[in-house]
Design a protein around this ligand. Structure first.
Ligand SMILES: NC(=O)c1ccc[n+]([C@@H]2O[C@H](COP(=O)([O-])OP(=O)(O)OC[C@H]3O[C@@H](n4cnc5c(N)ncnc54)[C@H](OP(=O)(O)O)[C@@H]3O)[C@@H](O)[C@H]2O)c1
Length: 290
C-alpha cells in the first residue's frame, strides 16, 4: 500500500467538480478526497485561501472553481479577473506554502479561433473575450508561481450537475416550436464524466505542463443541438441555424476552437470517445434531464 494522499478539489459543487470528486473517490480509494466550494474557501480572498490550504496540507489541489458565465464575465470584468486570475493565483500561493501539486482547468476560449485546424498546447493564446483573458492570466500565474503545475484545457462541457447546453436544448424543444442555434462556431462537446477520468489519470501519471482534453470529433452548436434532439427522439421542434452576429451575445466566441488531444494520447495513452458516444451515454443515464 502506498502512502495516503490528500487531494483537495476547489469548486467541488460545480458541474465538473461534482463528477470529479466522485471519480477521484473511485480512482484513489486509499486517498482522502476533500471537496470545497465557495462556502468553505473563497478564492478571491488571498489570506484565507492560503491559510485554509496550508492548514489542510493537501498533496494535490485540483482547482475547478471559476466564474464560468462567459457573457457575465464580459459585463463584469472585475469579477472575472478576481476569480479566474487572482483567485487561481491565491490557490497557487497556498499550494507553494505546503508543497502541494496544482492542477487547474482552463479553456479553449484562450484561443482566437483563427487557426482553422485543431489547437495544440504550444499554440499562442489570443483570447477574444474577458472570460478567455481572465483564464489565460490564471494560467500564467500558475505557471509562474507553482512547482510543476498541470493545466488542463477543455471545452463545451456538459454534465448532470449543472445548467448546460444539452438540458437547455431539451427544455426549449419542449417549450417552443422552433429554436435558433449558432452555426458558425466549431468545437467538441465534452462530457464531465469523461473529463474527470482523464484528470484522474493525469494525476496518477504525475503529468505536468499543459494538456488539451476533450471528447473526440467536432461540430457546430447547431449540429450538436440537432443530434441532441435526434438521440432523444424529439421530432416536433425545428432547429434553425443562425450566425453569431444574429444572436449578438455580449462576448465574442472563437469561430473554431477544436483542441488537438494528441499529447494526451502520446503521453497518457488516452483518447476520449467521440462526443456523440458520450452524449448517448449521458442521455441514457440521465433520463430525468432528457
Ligand atoms: N463549462 C464549460 O463549458 C467549460 C469549458 C472550458 C473550461 N471550463 C473550465 O472548467 C472548470 C469547471 O467548469 P464548470 O462548468 O464545472 O463550472 P461551474 O459549474 O460554474 O463550477 C464552478 C464552481 O466554482 C465555484 N466558485 C465560483 N467562485 C468561487 C470562488 N470565489 N471561490 C470558490 N469557488 C467559487 C462556483 O460556485 P457558484 O456556482 O456558487 O458561483 C461553482 O460551484 C472551470 O475552470 C472552467 O473555467 C469550463
Amino acid at each position: 500500500m502506498g502512502s495516503m494522499k490528500r487531494i483537495l478539489v476547489i469548486g467541488a459543487k460545480g458541474m465538473l467538480g461534482r463528477d470529479l470528486v466522485e471519480t477521484l473517490r473511485t480512482s484513489f480509494p486509499g486517498d482522502e478526497i476533500t471537496g470545497w466550494d465557495v462556502e468553505e474557501i473563497d478564492i478571491q480572498e488571498e489570506r484565507s485561501t492560503v491559510t485554509r490550504i496550508k492548514n489542510l496540507e493537501p498533496g494535490v489541489i485540483v482547482n475547478v472553481a471559476a466564474y464560468t458565465d462567459v457573457d457575465g464575465c464580459e459585463l463584469n470584468e472585475k469579477k472575472a479577473f478576481a476569480i479566474n486570475a487572482e483567485g487561481v493565483k491565491h490557490v497557487a500561493l497556498g499550494a507553494v506554502r505546503c508543497g502541494a501539486k496544482v492542477v487547474t482547468l482552463s479553456t479553449d476560449y484562450i484561443f482566437d479561433g483563427k487557426k482553422g485546424s485543431p489547437y495544440v498546447e504550444e499554440d499562442p493564446p489570443n483570447p477574444l473575450n474577458v472570460y478567455g483573458r481572465s483564464k489565460w492570466k490564471g494560467e500564467q500565474y500558475v505557471q509562474e508561481l507553482a512547482k510543476d503545475p498541470l493545466i488542463i484545457r477543455t471545452q463545451w462541457l456538459y454534465g448532470k450537475h449543472g445548467k448546460n447546453f444539452v438540458a437547455s436544448i431539451l427544455r426549449q424543444a419542449r417549450e417552443k416550436a422552433s429554436l435558433s442555434v449558432v452555426n458558425d462556431q466549431i468545437g467538441s462537446p465534452t462530457y464531465t464524466v469523461d473529463l474527470s477520468h482523464a484528470i484522474a489519470l493525469l494525476i496518477e501519471r504525475k503529468a505536468r505542463g499543459i494538456f488539451h482534453v476533450a471528447n473526440n470529433d467536432s461540430c457546430t452548436w447547431y449540429h450538436y443541438a440537432r443530434r441532441i434532439l435526434e438521440l432523444s427522439g424529439i421530432e416536433g421542434a425545428k432547429v434553425v441555424p443562425v450566425s453569431s452576429k444574429e444572436l449578438a451575445y455580449p462576448a465574442v466566441r472563437p469561430a473554431y476552437s477544436v483542441l488537438d488531444t494528441q499529447k494526451l494520447k502520446r503521453e497518457a495513452g488516452l483518447t476520449l470517445r467521440p462526443w456523440t458516444e458520450a452524449l448517448k451515454d449521458y442521455l441514457s443515464s440521465n433520463p430525468e434531464r432528457a
